[in-house]
Design a protein around this ligand. Structure first.
Ligand code: UD1
Ligand code: CA
Length: 438
């Protein structure tokens, strides 16, 4: 996609009261990334002048966006809205100066919008184009009065009477303005409405009075959904997640019951992978030629030529290759290469090499109450069932650990290591203890 001669401004200064949260609305995440991330990402695809208007928690929002976009420094700007004196979507533009003569205004709470749709606005030749959704019986949007295919007025839900509320033409929240329109009408806005805010939507009413033609562009709710509360947030995430899954299905990933699978935006698949139902894959995970079985969770890890689960938990910073991980196995910050851990284990801060077998109930005791320690296990090590490895610990190649052992010191290559508890037997103890006759 080419960058156009267009400035894009994203309104993100509001608190988002309807979210009922201390987190600013645009920092709520969908599929692992903040809502605002998606709008900026799409805007940067088509513009070299993207600005974000901030107000509530501005530093926090700016910092989190710069973590994603620091390399776009010259194309991404931040402006601060004077929320006290000029609240509202119109007030947001009072502090803003664009670089180009055409300006696309986006609400920051529309994470589902895509660059290809934004480009549609640029094809229109009117001084003002605005997005309109046609959907009856829908709340949460301004109503657009349209006559002869021209917008006459936008009336906010809170200011609307019954007749206006029954209109099915909704303001989707994206507008394309010629610069002269904003220069003229933004200073003329007032806050004479039920919310005592400066509405951007009043620019339309003012321009109409001067006989400016305002073109409605009809768009689909699916991509223009505004997120105002936690219901909207969950619905937007469902849509985003299915886009992510469809992308990978097209790339050749097999998914069983994809509606039950959760995959975050930054996950990458390569080669042929099978993902079973109920699986969640988070963060910067990379899955290569692997099979992730039912109800397993993978977080920020690389899985290559391996099968995981069912019901396994791979926590962040694992690098797992040529390995079989079975049910109820939890792995954290470990490098596993060519091993088998089939059942009921905790493997943390470890490195285990090829040919080694981890028996059921193996646990790395990696934490001593103060710090974490490493467990290094070499090649072809056979670890029996119910073994605890008290880290820091090294178990060298070709060794055997007997079942039920607690390993407290390093094991040398070729050794059998075994700890045995003392065997205690008391004949008939059961009957005495429970007062039962024999
Ligand atoms: C807005 C529109 C409404 C439209 C809807 C579409 C106005 C007055 N209303 O309503 O017609 O149907 O979007 O989703 O524009 N913001 C600021 N500064 C502020 C207030 C808000 O930057 O002072 C930002 C918010 O952070 C948000 C965006 O503007 O990202 C929209 O604000 P919001 O309060 O969600 O507007 P709606 O009530 O949804
Ligand atoms: Ca909104």
């Amino acid at each position: 996609m080419n960058k156009n001669n267009i400035s894009i401004v994203i309104l993100a200064a509001g608190k988002g009261t309807r979210m009922k949260s201390n987190t600013p609305k645009v920092l709520h995440k969908i599929c692992g990334k903040e809502m605002l991330y998606y709008s900026i990402r799409e805007a940067l695809k088509i513009s070299d002048d993207v600005s974000v208007i901030l107000g509530f928690e501005s530093e926090k929002i700016k910092d989190s966006m710069l973590q994603h976009f620091n390399k776009y420094e010259s194309d991404l700007n931040f402006f601060i809205q004077d929320l006290e004196n000029y609240p509202g979507t119109g007030g947001a533009l009072k502090s803003y100066t664009p670089k180009h003569n055409k300006i696309l205004v986006l609400n920051g709470d529309m994470p589902l919008i895509q660059a290809s749709e934004l480009e549609e606005f640029l094809k229109q030749d009117s001084k003002i184009t605005m997005s309109v959704i046609n959907k009856p019986n829908t709340n949460g949007y301004g109503r657009v009065v349209i006559k002869n295919n021209e917008v006459q007025e936008i009336i906010e839900e809170k200011d609307a009477n019954k007749e206006i509320l029954s209109l099915s033409t909704l303001n989707a929240g994206i507008y394309c303005f010629n610069k002269e329109i904003l220069d003229k009408y933004i200073p003329m806005l007032d806050n004479n409405n039920n919310q005592k805010e400066y509405y951007l939507t009043d620019v339309i009413t003012l321009a109409k009075k001067d006989n400016v033609a305002i073109k409605p562009m009809f768009v689909e709710m699916q991509n223009y959904k505004g997120v105002n509360d936690k219901i909207d947030l969950s619905q937007a995430e469902t849509i985003m997640c299915s886009r992510i899954k469809n992308k990978w299905l097209k790339e050749g990933v097999i998914m069983h019951l994809p509606d039950t699978i959760y995959i975050e935006d930054s996950v990458i698949f390569s080669g042929e992978c099978i993902i079973e139902s109920g699986v969640g894959i988070y963060g910067n995970s990379k899955i290569i030629n692997s099979h992730i079985k039912q109800n397993s969770i993978i977080e920020d890890s690389i899985i290559e030529d391996s099968d995981i689960g069912p019901l396994a938990h791979i926590r962040p910073k694992c690098n797992i290759a040529n390995t079989h991980i079975g049910n109820f196995v939890e792995v954290k910050k470990s490098e596993l290469n060519g091993i088998k851990a089939g059942h009921l284990s905790y493997i943390g801060d470890s490195q285990i090499q090829e040919g080694s077998n981890v028996g059921a109930g193996f646990i790395t005791c990696n934490y001593d109450g103060k710090s974490k320690h490493k467990t290094i296990i070499g090649k072809n090590v056979f670890i029996g069932s119910d073994v605890q490895a008290v880290a820091p610990l090294t178990i060298e190649d070709n060794s055997i650990i007997g079942a039920g052992s607690t390993i407290r010191s390093n094991v040398k290559s070729g050794e059998l290591y075994l700890t045995k508890g003392e065997e205690i037997r008391k004949s008939g103890f059961f009957y005495k203890f429970f007062n039962k006759g024999e």
